[in-house]
Write a protein that binds this ligand. Structure first.
Ligand SMILES: [Zn+2]
Length: 270
């Protein structure tokens, strides 16, 4: 067990996509009459997981996209909107764990910010391991509650047959690790706040806030939002906590920010 809490950001390559999905911003996603003939920008939509070692256990935050994304996502059609095609062999989650001398059986907890296909894509790696799988009660209710194999970016093949424990509200999950309710993107999206001895507070927003341009201020929403009013409230909730704690806010899918962070396997935060 770790003597002190350590955070490792595992970069897992990128999907590529039309920026309009991520940022409904005039001038970026929406064209003017002068630029109406230009195609919308396609950007890297990077995906990462976070490994948190605490004195009370080792947890993984999110599981990124699966190696078989093209087949698995085919029923949804989303493989053509979000191809996971900027990824190299060493960037897949299982490779990242191996680089840290870990296998899925070494995790005590796998906590899911939400169960979208680019966050729960490797959940099945942890089937029949000792890892306890955790998501919010509202996310579980939604993800298992609809009819058919998928809705939006929730794909039951990712998480069916797995047992999820749930948390509710804002909860200190491990010492210094608090799960924050941040709905809007999905009904049960969570962010994670970690208190570190040297680095202070870090908040991993996941998809509650896609990128710095989404955070603003002003907050700028995205094309995939389950509840827009709740989304705005969650952004301002996170902003309030971040200002009070002088936190480093790490966004869910921000390519430029991710490049600026200390990244695993070499980099880490204490
Ligand atoms: Zn999402």
């Amino acid at each position: 067990m770790a003597a002190e809490t350590t955070v490792r950001i595992l970069p897992c390559g990128a999907m590529t996509t039309d920026i309009t999905w991520l940022l409904l911003a005039p001038g970026r996603a929406m064209r003017t009459r002068q630029t109406k003939d230009q195609p919308a920008e396609w950007i890297d939509c990077p995906t990462h997981c976070v490994l948190v070692d605490t004195p009370d256990g080792r947890m993984l935050w999110d599981t990124s996209c699966p190696r078989d994304w093209e087949q698995r996502w085919a029923p949804t059609g989303l493989q053509d909107f979000f191809p996971y095609d900027h990824v190299s062999e060493e960037e897949y989650l299982d490779s990242r764990l191996r680089q840290l001398d870990l296998s899925p059986g070494d995790l005590d907890y796998v906590v899911f910010s939400h169960l979208h296909f680019d966050h729960a894509g490797n959940a099945q790696l942890f089937k029949d391991t000792k890892a306890r799988l955790v998501c919010s009660d509202k996310e579980k209710e939604f993800a298992f509650g609809f009819d058919g194999p998928f809705t939006g970016a929730h794909l039951k093949a990712d998480y069916e047959g797995l047992d999820f424990e749930t948390v509710s509200g804002d909860a200190e999950f491990l010492p210094g690790v608090t799960l924050l309710e941040a709905p809007g993107h999905t009904p049960g999206t969570m962010s994670m706040q970690v208190e570190l001895a040297d680095s202070g507070t870090m908040i991993f927003t996941s998809d509650a806030i896609y990128m710095g341009d989404s955070y603003g201020p002003p907050a700028t929403p995205a094309a995939i939002v389950n509840d827009l009013g709740a989304w705005y409230s969650s952004v301002e909730k996170i902003r309030g906590i971040a200002e009070k704690t002088d936190a480093t806010v790490v966004f869910g899918h921000d390519a430029a920010q991710l490049r600026s962070m200390r990244l695993a396997p070499q980099g880490y935060y204490t």
